[in-house]
Design a binder for this molecule. Structure first.
Ligand code: NAP
Length: 247
């Protein structure tokens, strides 16, 4: 049984989807949760849901792509809870297009939210976790960061970047007992994937040995493990949650 009683977690992009499910899983294990998102109303509703599970929760509107807002997120969390034990960098976006048609804006926005946003939040939490000499940082990458995907050059590059960032920071933070890992989900049924063409969805499933799309809960279970002391000797790793899509 995983027990995170008394710990505080920040989950970015947790107003809905995978982030919301991660927040619920961590709360069910006893953790207090900061729900952070650009969707303020959605974040407030999720924070209420966490409170209904008997945990303390705070909703903070923050755009992770802005360093000042990432700093504010950590500062407000420390003011309320006095600590940050777990940081889950989950906020992410897609702006899909074939490379030939991809605009500079489509490239920049995805790299800035997915990769720079992860850097911003890690950098902001560094001082707090270093002082505590403990912490768990979990970055949400993607299967396409490992295998690439036509029409997603920006997204694949950002998620591959998250893996490189994870490994480098794991090496830098190891001596302070801070573990840094990535989770690479495959095809998960959320708002992000709901508008994919039916043909593309069917094609994805043919690549999955377990023969089904994943659910947000499948990803949340992996994050829960990496957030717990069961993973204390694991750092710099990429845990694939993809039904076997990439081996
Ligand atoms: P989602 O349903 O689109 O949820 C993402 C959340 O992040 C939304 O609430 C969104 O707010 C928020 N967000 C967007 N930009 C933000 C920013 N700059 N700062 C803070 N919050 C921001 O996506 P999901 O499917 O749950 O995906 C969660 C993570 O898993 C992402 O990193 C994604 O790349 C990754 N992932 C997903 C899949 C999949 O199949 N679904 C597969 C692999 C990896 P708005 O609603 O206002 O935009």
């Amino acid at each position: 049984m995983i027990n995170l009683q008394g710990k505080t977690a920040i989950v970015t992009g947790s107003a809905r989807g995978i982030g919301a499910e991660i927040a619920v899983k961590l709360a069910q294990a006893g953790c207090n949760i900061v729900i952070s998102d650009i969707d303020e109303q959605g974040a407030r509703q999720m924070a209420e849901k966490i409170k209904s599970l008997g945990r303390d929760s705070l909703a903070i509107k923050a755009d992770v792509s802005q360093m000042a807002q990432a700093d504010g997120l950590i500062k407000q969390t420390v003011e309320k809870f006095g600590r940050v034990d777990i940081l889950v960098n989950n906020a992410g976006i897609t702006r899909d297009n074939l490379l030939m048609r991809m605009s500079e804006a489509e490239w920049d926005s995805v790299i800035t939210v997915n990769l720079k946003g992860t850097f911003n939040c890690i950098k902001s939490v560094t001082r707090t976790m270093m002082k505590a000499r403990s912490g768990k940082i979990i970055n949400i990458s993607s299967v396409v960061g490992v295998m690439g995907n036509a029409g997603q050059a920006n997204y694949s590059a950002s998620k591959a970047g998250v893996i490189g960032l994870t490994k480098s920071v794991a090496k830098e933070f190891g001596s302070r007992h801070i573990q840094v890992n990535a989770v690479a989900p495959g095809y998960i049924q959320t708002e992000m994937t709901k508008d994919l063409p039916e043909e593309a969805k069917k094609q994805f499933v043919t690549l999955i040995p377990l023969q089904r799309p994943g659910q947000a809960e499948d990803v949340a279970n992996a994050v829960l493990f990496l957030a717990s002391d069961l993973s204390d000797y694991i750092t710099g790793q990429v845990l694939h949650v993809d039904g076997g899509m990439v081996m």
